[in-house]
Design a protein. Structure first.
Lengths: 469, 180
């Protein structure tokens, strides 16, 4: 390309900015090593320095007063906020992407005697619609590894055990729903061993990889059994993320064993290379999958089963409507009492249903209001609105809990679910698509509730229960 | 094969500090130019550039889009430049008696002929036009890369760059005429 004289001059002028580049680079990289031990950079997150003291000595000598003043006014010398474990759910929910690496352990008898085997698990989730999850299932001391990945257009399921690859076009909005579900619910559940940090106590501080961490611990004893879980979290208060999590499990009378170690949790990162490579691995047989035949939504259910009879409660969709209510699609089935296999199926729009959720901490109550029932082959999908009661119109912290009984069986079972938050455009599409999944094929077009109709009903319910605010 | 910005950021975050040097090689000249625009003092710009990269290093985990490291670090540089200018104004007011007459033209340092010419050519250009020129000529004249670094769309960047180039060409002709 021919250059104008002024361009040549300009390029020559710009070489002034190359002056001392090599020396300055060496100077900077030497500083990095020292700074890294006290910064969040590195494989593990580390605390940030309280003050930056980087000033060249020449500049300070020339103008000490001005230099000192500049240092005082630079914002990176300020105090940084410190996070507590209770901030972790918010840190994850606000993330654009999350990467988690873990090692799953299994102890048992093998041909060599009692052994502890391990297998690696990974999660990468990125808004709005990309995820890859490597899950491990232990069977007879053999780890079965499944990889599920979707980029919103394609979904692939790789079974390392069977050496098969199922691949096909993604169901509309399925990946968006899964990503939201992972970020807003599942990953928090994984890392905390429960839906929130409630019950954790801070036991002290310990360095991990040179980073001073707050150590939190929680033990959960399973009611009526000798089984218990214990989570120990080394939490970096500067990054607001765990540096290491050890999950222990105790079953029956056996000793407590290390079940899982989470050793890498990062947010707002790009996917590891190859994460969304949909090429089947060599030697694996590829099978086309019609994902569209599978349902969209959660597989979240709790059940009783005895003597060939079954009772269950399932939540398939839970969508947060502007923090004022949750639109949920759920099912309740009871095979134990043939007089009322499901119950509560008929009635007027907006009537209050008997199965009502509470908050996980049981300190808030909600009303459950009937919208529609979509008949299915074995049970019916019910659409309803969960609206907060009392002196609040806000949904409050996640998750929600259904506690339900099955007639003929003792005790109560609980089903925990998180109403997912989407931006309004996606919420509108999600509401429409989710209803299409449960409506009969011959349903009239007007059968689908719009967000305006839903919001109108929320207004009406709130006016009836709390009066205008 | 050269690693892209996102790769370099990821490797740095995983503890490979040397790769941050690659990002420095890529953007330090541009950051110096941005800071020189504010300080008109190469030594000061070099100092501030070191601070900008240390600041970027410390805040790297907060970078939402690693592929946009260039735009991000330039943003930090522009913020640092503004802070520096504000502090200098405050200093000047406060320390007027101590430094009277020393730096009446904030740090103007044109001992280097190249910078004297640059100052002469660009002094009247708006900040964004200067940034467009710096980005384009300090990034191997790769317009796509420069557009990303400035945070502008390709078309907006071209428009800005062409405007700046026209002004620069005119200014250059005027300086040539003046010297004759």
């Amino acid at each position: 390309m021919n250059q104008a004289p002024w361009e040549k001059k300009l390029e020559h002028c710009y070489t002034a900015f190359d002056e001392q580049h090599a020396e300055l680079r060496a100077d900077l990289t030497a500083k990095l090593g020292a700074v890294a031990s006290s910064t969040v950079v590195g494989r593990a997150d580390r605390p940030l320095p309280r003050k930056s003291v980087w000033r060249r000595s020449v500049a300070i000598a020339v103008c000490v007063l001005v230099g000192a003043f500049v240092l005082m006014t630079l914002p990176f010398g300020g105090t940084r906020p410190l996070y507590g474990l209770e901030d972790l759910p918010n840190r994850l929910v606000a993330a654009r992407s999350i990467y988690v690496h873990a090692i799953s352990y299994q102890t048992g008898k093998t041909a060599k005697g009692e052994e502890t085997l391990s297998a690696q698990q990974e999660w990468y989730v990125e808004r709005p619609n990309r995820y890859r999850v490597t899950s491990i299932g232990w069977s007879q001391m053999t780890a079965r590894r499944l990889h599920t990945a979707s980029d919103g257009a394609h979904r692939i399921l790789i079974d390392d055990d069977a050496k098969t690859v199922l691949e096909g076009n993604e169901v509309p909005l399925a990946s968006e729903y899964t990503v939201a579900s992972l970020i807003q619910g599942s990953l928090i559940q994984q890392l905390l061993g429960g839906p929130s940090s409630a019950g954790f106590r801070k036991t002290g501080s310990e360095p991990v990889q040179g980073v001073k961490c707050d150590v939190y611990e929680r033990e959960f004893r399973h009611p009526g059994t000798a089984a218990s879980d214990r989570f120990v979290i080394w939490f970096n208060p500067v990054s607001g993320l765990p540096l290491r999590i050890n999950a222990f499990a105790k079953t029956g009378t056996g000793p407590e064993r290390l079940a899982m170690v989470y050793d890498d949790v990062r947010i707002n990162v790009e996917p590891p290379r190859g994460t969304f490579d949909f090429t089947p691995p060599a030697g694996y047989s590829a099978i086309h999958a019609d994902w569209a035949s599978q349902r969209l939504g959660d597989q979240n259910s709790a059940s009783f089963s005895s003597g060939g009879k079954e009772a269950f409660c399932a939540v398939r969709f839970a969508l947060n409507i502007d923090d004022r209510a949750a639109l949920i699609c759920w099912a309740q089935f009871n095979d134990f009492d043939r007089q009322e296999r499901e119950g509560d199926l008929q009635g007027a729009l907006g009537r209050r249903l008997s199965l009502t959720p509470s908050s996980f901490s049981r300190d808030r109550t909600y009303g459950n209001y009937f919208l529609r029932v979509d008949p299915g082959e074995r049970f019916h999908w019910r659409w309803s609105l969960v609206v907060p009661e009392g002196n609040t119109r806000s949904m409050g912290p996640n998750p929600l809990v259904f506690a339900f009984n099955a007639s003929g069986t003792p005790g109560t079972s609980t089903l925990v679910f998180v109403p997912l938050v989407f931006d309004r455009d996606l919420l509108i599409r999600m509401i429409r698509e989710a209803q299409r999944q449960t409506l009969p094929k011959n349903a009239p077009p007007g059968a689908v509730f719009t967000i305006e109709q839903i919001e109108g009903l929320i207004d009406r319910i709130q006016q009836q229960t709390t009066g205008p605010m | 094969l050269a690693l892209d910005d996102a790769d370099l950021v990821h490797r740095t975050l995983r503890g490979d500090l040397e790769t941050f040097g690659g990002l420095y090689d890529r953007y330090a000249r541009l950051v110096r130019a941005v800071l020189w625009d504010a300080t008109h003092d190469l030594s000061q710009a070099q100092d501030l550039t070191q601070e900008v990269f240390l600041r970027a290093f410390q805040r790297l985990p907060e970078l939402r889009e690693p592929a946009k490291f260039g735009a991000w670090v330039v943003g930090i540089a522009r913020l640092s430049a503004k802070e520096w200018q504000r502090s200098r104004v405050r200093d000047r007011d406060r320390l007027e008696s101590a430094v009277s007459g020393e730096n009446s033209r904030l740090g103007a340092d044109c001992e280097d002929d190249r910078l004297a010419v640059l100052l002469d050519l660009m002094a009247d250009l708006p900040e964004m036009e200067r940034l467009a020129l710096h980005s384009f000529y300090l990034e191997s004249q790769n317009a796509d890369q420069a557009a990303m670094t400035t945070g502008l769309s390709r078309s907006a960047f071209y428009k800005l760059l062409n405007h700046a180039r026209e002004k620069l060409a005119l200014r250059y002709r005027q300086t040539q005429d003046d010297t004759r």
